[in-house]
Design a protein around this ligand. Sequence first.
Ligand SMILES: [Fe+2]
Length: 379
Amino acid sequence: MDKEYARQERDSIPDDWTRPIVDPTAFAEEQRRLASVWTFLGMTSDAEKDGDWFRASIATRSVFVQRFGTELRGFENVCAHRFMPLRNADRGNGPIVCGFHHWTYDRQGCAVGIPHCRELYNALPQELGARLAPIELATCGRMIFGRFPHLRVSESLEDFLGSGFAILAAGSQARGRPHHLSIPFKANWRLGAQISLDDYHSPAVHPRTFGKEGYIRRQDISYHRFGLHSAYVYTTQPGGVDQIAQACRDGTYYPKHYTILQFVPNVLMAFFRTDFDHYHCAVLLYEPVRNDRTILHAWAYPAPFPGHRSWTRTLTDPVRSFIVARYVEMVLREDNLVCERIQGNAHQIGRPPLLGRLEERIGWFEESYRKLMAAREDG
Ligand SMILES: [Fe+2]
């Protein structure tokens, strides 16, 4: 390994990089800072009809997204009265009514219906001024992102995602509702993000699938950086994320190579070949729960690009999707097991990892992570 290269990579990660992984207080502080970073919440297909809602999480805080006519609104999932969660299932349809005392909220998040309000509070509901904490929402194609408001954070979702915006917008146009799966595991979300950026472990960890053909040669693939994010394309042909983005905007893109885009902090989109020239798309989200608990969400669906449409796919896609779901789940469980084992060792880690050239994106991710943290140090 190039000595200079190895040194640079090490310098970008501090000795105490595992602090939020080991220490619940440091984790809480990390999550407080990440609350104002655009976070993937779910697909518009989860809230298609008027009144549809779904629950999600931003930096460990429970939130929900609800459709009101043509508009999506998001709120912290905490009643303004006595703090009971308003939504206690993954999804549903109907007005915002708290199950504790039947307080009812409108689309602005204001408590407009309060049983016996005048008698008990000596006021009308609107005079009481009780309201839900709103979250900011933005969509990219069919993907819904949210964040908690922050005085010094105003960057639009489009600016935050950069060139990746057009790719997510095109890549998220799943027909119908994507296959969704949630896998909880006992490790920190960042270890999950790191393994998703690791192209070195496949022969050891995925010998039956990804790693069957042996090690990837670094000279056969290309890595790209855009904004705080990164991409991997299994080709050495020139043209990176900008070129894919342009083709997505023109409506001419279809993947020809395994392609994966990782967005900080915790979401990625991958295009991978299933058979012949058929590609599938997967969206992965590492939802932090505790310093040592994460829920990995995966959405998978046939890649929604024009070049992939054919009448036979209508017949074969359900079979393909079934096989892909099994395959994805197996690979992810193998990854999660590694993360759980590292989590068990995390208190023994006191220096940066020795990242090689197939782990370059982990160094980039850690650098972006630290930039996010530093930008929200005092807010
Ligand atoms: Fe893996």
